[in-house]
Design a protein around this ligand. Sequence first.
Ligand code: OSB
Ligand code: MG
Length: 379
Amino acid sequence: MLRIDRITLREIRLRLREPFRISSGVVDERRILLLELRDASGVTEWSECVAGELPNYSPETVDTAWLAIREWLAPRILGKGIGVPPEGVHDILDRHVSGHYMAKAALEMGCWGIAARLRQTSLAKLLGGERERVATGISIGIQRDPDELAQRAVAAHAEGYRKIKVKIQPGADVEFVRAVRQALPKGTDVSADANSAYVFADAPHLALLDEFGLTMIEQPLHRDDLVRHAALQRQLKTPICLDESITDMQRTEDMVALGSGRIVNIKPGRVGGLGMSRRIHDFCAKNGIPVWCGGMLESGVGRAYNVALASLPNFLLPGDLSPSARYWERDIVEPAWTMDAAGMVTVPRDALGIGVQVDRARVDELTVRREDLRAPGQA
Ligand code: OSB
Ligand code: MG
């Protein structure tokens, strides 16, 4: 059993080394919501809420997540006995609270981190992860022109990344992808992510991407549009991968039933946590759908949860699990996340909990707001 008696919410600001542009917006300084959970035994662990600054990728933001956690979600687990492993947390948080997946996930994942520490094991082992190292790809934001993008893709490939994903949008797609494909060695794993920038009428245009042999095109259409994704998939040779659309089990089942895509990007923050990530993973494995772990420009805390998850067996494609130095001058964890020359990240299987230590002094320095939530009657 675990029993969370205090949750400290903090917002920190962390500047990206360079702005990251996707079809729906750009971010240069991350507002990161961190949670520090304390078990009644005194054990503590950190988790991260992946909500963004603006409701462009998802309806949630840092501010809505803070509100949801404080008002509706944290009170459901504070002071309550929770089984280990904490598979039941998802349903406790989900009952009669719709949406707010990222807020739920931050709490749910924190419970997994605490549970691992209580069991004196690593998060990766507690989850049932098997890999000792996981393959990583890079997600490159939209650039000024095709040459600039191609240069970045070449540099990333030289660093060892095993998948090059480029963000696309109308006006920055076919010629950009062509430049990347031409600049990289034949056979390099290249994919494109549209973050819902297209509509179904763009199908003939998107079919122009087929000639580049992409591993996938990620989320071309609106998050709610599984029906048109299925129609689009029938017109494309390139496999569609769904990201924003996959928020729970039903959506994953519907994707498979309708044929809305052939690959799934799992982000634990987007689906309400690690328990649901694992259920989606298992369902996809049974249905022959490869999955990979997406990223949300997390700090080293959020990355730890992603890396542990990506060590499960059906994570068959490289994840967006770039090392700390890709994002930050300096991460908030020790050790910082690194990638070897073969594009592999080591899973901290033999460490306790999430496997990295938070640099508390630095987090204190970066904190712009803080709130302690406690179980009723708790000091
Ligand atoms: O669609 O995968 C996405 C970042 C923010 C919002 C959405 C996405 C992304 C990324 C970044 O692609 C992946 C990473 O963390 O490196
Ligand atoms: Mg995506």
